[in-house]
Design a binder for this molecule. Structure first.
Ligand code: SAM
Length: 193
């Protein structure tokens, strides 16, 4: 299984906060583009991928939304925003709740999510322009890739993550988060992971 973790310090953490302009809800538009590049193919889905959204915006941070597309998951490129909103609306304090098949929401911190994936045996990679060239890395099963929003990753967490993860670069340009995810998925396709 591939994992992507998309971190946003400002993305809205309630369904109500998502009911207006997506650009104003902590750039939810970037999260949506990233989900599409993470989980969708033309006329198909990447069912071997789990997409984690970690939102630290107002009013109720942090929120961890986990999405994996199952045969029964009703999702299309056109309704991703509505699905995120529904997932956030249905959050219940103190629970990890499955809102749609394969889609869960809970309150959990960024570092705990990464720590749990490491405990399950995953290697973790931070997507970073200054990291090691992705074409020189041979990935193993269950890799985890961490990507930031338009503001990147928070300094404090990044310092701790760098002790347990490898920084990986897809090139010397600064790409959109969603473009980075598309390139990583393509590299993993070539490596048959
Ligand atoms: C628009 S960029 C963030 C820009 C932000 N100002 C910064 O300095 O991090 C969004 C995310 O895409 C990823 N990214 C962008 N360009 C990359 C590259 N060349 N290699 C690897 N990851 C990249 C990083 O994870 C980054 O946090």
């Amino acid at each position: 299984m591939r994992h992507f973790i998309y971190f946003s310090a400002n993305a809205a953490t309630s369904g109500k906060a998502l009911s207006g302009d997506l650009m104003k809800a902590g750039r939810m538009d970037i999260a949506i583009h990233s989900i599409i590049q993470g989980l969708f193919l033309s006329h198909d889905f990447r069912k071997n991928t789990v997409f984690h959204l970690i939102f630290y915006g107002m009013p109720d941070p942090p929120k961890h939304i986990e999405m994996q597309i199952k045969d029964e998951t009703q999702i299309s490129k056109k309704n991703v925003a509505k699905i995120i909103q529904k997932i956030l609306y249905k959050y219940k304090e103190g629970e990890r709740k499955e809102i749609l098949p394969g889609c869960f929401v809970e309150k959990k911190s960024f570092l705990n999510i990464v720590g749990d994936l490491i405990k399950k045996g995953s290697s973790v990679f931070i997507l970073d322009k200054k990291g090691k060239d992705i074409r020189k890395i041979k990935f193993k099963d269950n890799p985890v890739f961490i990507v930031g929003d338009h503001n990147g990753l928070p300094k404090k967490e990044l310092k701790r993550l760098k002790k347990i993860a490898t920084s990986v670069s897809i090139g010397n340009k600064m790409y959109f988060a969603s473009q980075t995810i598309a390139v990583v998925n393509n590299e993993l396709d070539y490596q048959d992971i």
